[in-house]
Design a protein around this ligand. Sequence first.
Ligand SMILES: Nc1ncnc2c1ncn2[C@@H]1O[C@H](COP(=O)(O)OP(=O)(O)O)[C@@H](O)[C@H]1O
Ligand SMILES: [Mg+2]
Length: 237
Amino acid sequence: MSTLLALEGVRAGYGQTRALHGVSMSVGEGDIVALLGANGAGKTTTLRAVTGGVRWEGSIHFAGRSLSRMSTESVVRLGIAHVPEGRGIITQLTVDENLRLGAYLRRDRQGVRADYERVFDYFPILRERRELSAGALSGGEQQMLALARALLMRPRLLLLDEPSLGLAPLVVRSLFEIIRTINEKEGVAVLLVEQNARIALELSSHAYVLEVGRVAVEGPSAQLKEEESVRRSYLGY
Ligand SMILES: Nc1ncnc2c1ncn2[C@@H]1O[C@H](COP(=O)(O)OP(=O)(O)O)[C@@H](O)[C@H]1O
Ligand SMILES: [Mg+2]
C-alpha cells in the first residue's frame, strides 16, 4: 500500500512550550490509523501540524508533496479534511448552511449536488433537519454534521479529533460504523485521534501511542489490543 501521509521527526510547540519532540508516523492510502494517548500527549498538536495550524519543524509529506510552509487552505485543497476538537460547526447557521461551507472550495456544482445526496444517505437525520439551526442538534448529530461537512470537501484523508468525546456509547458505536463504511466505500484514509482506545483499536489497522510529545508504542492495532503491558501502561484498561 502506498503512503499517503508521512511525518518524520516533527517538532512543534506553542511559544516556549514544546508539545511534539520528534514525531514520526505514517498513514497509507485508504488506511484507518489511530493516534492514541493521554490528555496533553500532543495528539491535537499533531493534527494541527498537518493542517498548518501550528508552527512545526521536521518533515510532513502528503501524497509525496511537502506540506512545509503550506497554508491551511492549500492543505485542504490537496485533499485533507480536518474535523477539529469540538467539531467546529457553526451553531448559529442551519445544517444546510454548515454543509455548504464544506463545499465552498469546489467549483463542480453537479458533483457537489451529487455529494449532498451521498452524504444524506450516510446521515439521513441531517436530511430531515437540514433547515434547523445546527445548535438545535444533539451532540451526536453535530458530530455527524461535522463529518458530513468534511466529506463534502471530497478528501483523500480525514483527520478526526476525538469524535467520540461527550457522546453516549451507543451513539459512538453508530458513528464509528459510519466512519468504517465511509472508509470502505469511498476509500478515504482516516487518521483518528481518540482517548477511547478500545473502540479506536477496533476500527483501525495500525496505531500509535503518544506520550508527552513522542511516539511511545506503535504497531498493528490487533497486536496492541492483545498486549497486556501496553494496555495497562498506555491505554488505561
Ligand atoms: N494553544 C495552546 N497554547 C499553549 N499550549 C498548548 C496549546 N494547545 C496545546 N498546548 C499544550 O501542548 C501540549 C499538547 O497538547 P495537545 O496537542 O492538545 O494534546 P492532546 O490533544 O493529546 O490532549 C499540552 O502540554 C498542552 O498543554
Ligand atoms: Mg486533543
